[in-house]
Design a protein around this ligand. Sequence first.
Ligand code: GTP
Ligand code: MG
Length: 198
Amino acid sequence: MLKIKNARFVKSILDAREKPKPALLEIIFAGRSNVGKSSLINSLVNRRNFARVSKKPGKTQTINFFSVDDRFYLVDLPGYGYARRSKTQQSIWNNSIEDYLINSRELLILFVLIDSKVGTKENDQQLIEWLDYYKIPFQIIATKVDQIPRGQVAARERHIRESLGLASDKAIIFFSVKDGTGREAVVKYLSALLRQLE
Ligand code: GTP
Ligand code: MG
């Protein structure tokens, strides 16, 4: 099983040519602003506010690399769908993130986070279409599952699967930093991916 001993912040970039060295596998977290990307990274490395978290959307504004045991990077992306950003700012961000994702040879997996309560929005659907087009491997994580009644989880899963056109065999991981749901599932998922490479 994947063990995370030593996690450290390495670098923030906005230009894919400035990726940190050495090149290591990248595990990347994407999703709308405020969906819980930074919180999920903190939960994985067992540290509070390691990747900075905020109640206000738009907290993460650069592509942030965290090295885990000098074995791989966890990469925290700025969120999308944050209306209070100017159009120019949005497109600069979008272009540099797209450029980074398309050109990363080290990309192991992109986790796409969807808020369990909010559900999928048009920009989530666009991201999934875009990932399919560029054949970028992704896995959906539905966050903040503590905010919906247990009885609604199955219906939420169906909604996410249908709205994103996911294959029925593609599992969605439900996650909560509040009660620990799904943490082990994410760790197992990553362990399996890393094992395949060894
Ligand atoms: P940006 O950096 O703005 O793109 O946001 P982000 O996706 O990194 O979200 P962040 O981790 O900063 O979390 C946003 C808010 O959601 C914070 O107030 C978190 O405490 C809260 N949050 C994150 N995960 C959970 C969760 O599992 N359950 C609940 N109830 N709240 C959560
Ligand atoms: Mg963030």
